[in-house]
Design a protein around this ligand. Structure first.
Ligand code: ZN
Length: 428
């Protein structure tokens, strides 16, 4: 199925998505001042947060000033909601201005305003390639949790039609896609795989009998190999986005898929979890979000996810910075030479070398300096050469941004169960 629709260029809001750095700073600072003032006046939890850190709303003038404030994590949000039900003091508007209240695991209640100005997922959908007139099938859950509703709102803002598939019922969903000539898929990558299998069983040819041209996926890792497999088999574009139930959309891919752009209307900081300080491009830290939603004004919400961002220009013309990718969870990281490393960084190194069977990253400390050793067991028949060690050593800083040495182990040296990163440093 080839389409006359241009899904690869353009903007949802050209002006705001292509601001210069100075214009963006001015826009974000003004929005930040407005939401901090609003939240301080209307949401008691935010007033407490500022009071505790001896900060007046007027002290928060720029994004940099956010460093004055502590980071609120999901578990704290849950505790606060339990002690002050239902919203823990985070509701920033009267109840009758809400259109929906969802419940995420915790439980945590998420209120949403009738006339919400939040179009962050809409930016994501446009960048993925959704256009006016698309029929988008939403295969996320319509029970309790917010994503399916957000994505429906995003489709409506783009003047698209939604078909609410929900979770499961794969056969019926395939039927619906076929009969209604659905052009867009919204769901997890793995459910799209399930759809392709079921469609095959039903005797459908994915490109001749279905009309899917564009997909927005979230909620799972999207390996490049899976992406290209899906794009080729359906003849579609697959792009991903990232967000959390508490704060909504925080980044999304454009056609050029070189990282995920920040929406123009929120603030995403990458923060050193130890100090709360903002980090620069390329430095790994926690993703911390401040959103401008009056109903649920999260100021410095810590996602617990690790990533880093780039400020390199993007071929799409959007000027917002981009998250490279989500590296993993904060509670699984180890800090080496001041950089956070995560098992997924090490996996990235290992997958580049088919010779590697199993590996373990060992972190030690000599004379107050961290050392990292990539210990490797090779596959049967592979030779431990100096050349291979050098190649791996070259690949390590690309994925882990810390240098390390390689040590080959005999096969079966590592126990059956072992940690991918073994921190052997002793601190006294
Ligand atoms: Zn781009």
């Amino acid at each position: 199925m080839t389409s006359a629709v241009d899904r690869t260029s353009g903007y949802y809001d050209q002006r705001l998505e292509t601001l210069s750095p100075e214009e963006r700073a001015a826009y974000q600072n003004a929005e930040l001042q407005r939401i901090v003032q609003h939240a301080y006046t209307n949401a008691p939890a935010i007033k407490k947060k500022l009071d505790k850190s001896n900060t007046k709303p007027g002290d928060i003038q720029t994004v940099k000033d956010l460093e004055r404030l502590p980071i609120t994590h999901k578990h704290e949000l849950g505790e606060l909601q339990q002690s002050e039900p239902p919203f823990g003091g985070f509701l920033g508007v009267p109840m009758d201005r809400l259109k929906r209240i969802c419940m995420s695991p915790g439980p945590i209640y998420e209120p949403e305003e009738i006339h919400s100005q939040n179009d962050r997922w809409t930016q994501a959908f446009f960048a993925a390639g959704f256009r006016k007139g698309d029929i988008g099938q939403i295969t996320f859950s319509y029970h309790l949790v917010p994503p399916a509703f957000w994505f429906e709102d995003a489709l409506h803002r783009l003047e698209c039609v939604a078909t609410p598939g929900g979770v499961g019922n794969t056969e019926l969903q395939v039927r619906m896609m076929h009969d209604l000539k659905v052009t867009g898929y919204i769901g997890t990558p793995s459910f799209l795989v399930a759809i392709s299998k079921k469609a095959g069983e039903a005797g459908y040819d994915l490109q001749r009998d279905l009309s899917i041209e564009v997909g927005f996926v979230a909620g799972e890792m999207l390996p490049e190999s899976l992406r290209s497999e899906l794009e080729e088999s359906f003849g579609m574009i697959v792009r991903q986005g990232y967000g959390t139930a508490d704060v909504g959309c925080l980044s999304y891919e454009c056609y050029h898929k070189e990282g995920m752009h920040f929406p123009y209307n929120c603030i995403v900081e990458i923060v050193d979890p130890d100090t709360g300080r903002q980090l620069g491009p390329g430095e790994t830290g926690e993703v911390v979000a401040t959103v401008f939603d009056e109903a649920y004004p999260m100021i410095r919400f810590g996602t617990g996810d690790l990533s880093y961002y780039t400020d390199e220009p993007c071929a799409c013309g959007r000027t917002t910075h981009r998250l490279t990718k989500i590296l993993g969870r904060l509670d699984q990281v180890t800090k080496v030479k001041g950089m956070f490393i995560h098992p997924s960084n090490a996996d990235e190194v290992a997958t580049k070398f088919p010779e590697i069977d199993r590996y373990q990253v060992v972190v030690t400390r000599k004379a107050h300096v961290d050392e990292m050793t990539f210990t490797v067991e090779l596959k049967e028949g592979c030779e431990a050469t100096e050349e291979l060690a050098e190649q791996i050593e070259e690949a390590i800083p690309n994925s882990m941004r810390v240098r390390g040495s390689v040590e080959f182990l005999d096969r079966d040296t590592l126990p059956e169960e072992y940690k991918k990163i073994d921190d052997r440093r002793k601190w006294d």
